[in-house]
Ligand binder design. Sequence first.
Ligand SMILES: [Ca+2]
Ligand SMILES: [Ca+2]
Ligand SMILES: [Ca+2]
Length: 235
Amino acid sequence: MKYLSSFSNLATLTISLISVQSATAATLTLDFTKLSGLTGGSPGQTAVFRAEIPALNDITSMVINDNSQGQGGSEGQVSGFDLDAIKLSSIFTNNAADVNSIAGLDVFDFSSNGTVLTLGTQRPPEASQLFGNIGGVINNLVATLENFDANSTTDPKKIFGFVTLGDDGKIAFKLKSPLSITTPLYLYFGEVGDNGEVATVEVMGKHIPEPSSVAALSLVGIFLGVTRSKKNKAE
Ligand SMILES: [Ca+2]
Ligand SMILES: [Ca+2]
Ligand SMILES: [Ca+2]
């Protein structure tokens, strides 16, 4: 009976140590790479960037922040980063021309339920509003964030297919449901015009412990469990 009791304590302790470790929340700033070539509508001049998302638990949101420092691109309604589309995929590509045809995960909701747009500022001369939103909410009939299809122009008859964040603006994507990644995935996003505007990308999730750290924690748990059971016997 005593043996069974000690074993049960040990198992409980080991599991609780692991769950404490796996619950470590993190906001990761991702590094990204510019793909070869361009894509988009007509004219199609969307530069595509790829970031690798490491293994994470319960990813709830991603944020794209304009980091152009007021440089690059044009002014007025297209000031700052011009987001054509965003896609999360298990497929790796180096070619912007491929990004529309690779399969994407169904994780984004481009309505106001799944996006929070924080508009930045316009460079003068200012327009009535930044492009691709209505009153600070994404107008996805115009932005089409599921498609790398932007017409890279400020011609009012042709401008289409993206949302402009403004200088220091940002857009947060709340995923449809928390996502766990056990093998790395690729996040692709497009900047209309390929004209020097840049962004930072953040992912909010929880670290998955490395297999080696789980093993180490199990050993710590066993050691503590044995020490504790010896102490209990002495009492
Ligand atoms: Ca711009
Ligand atoms: Ca688009
Ligand atoms: Ca641009």
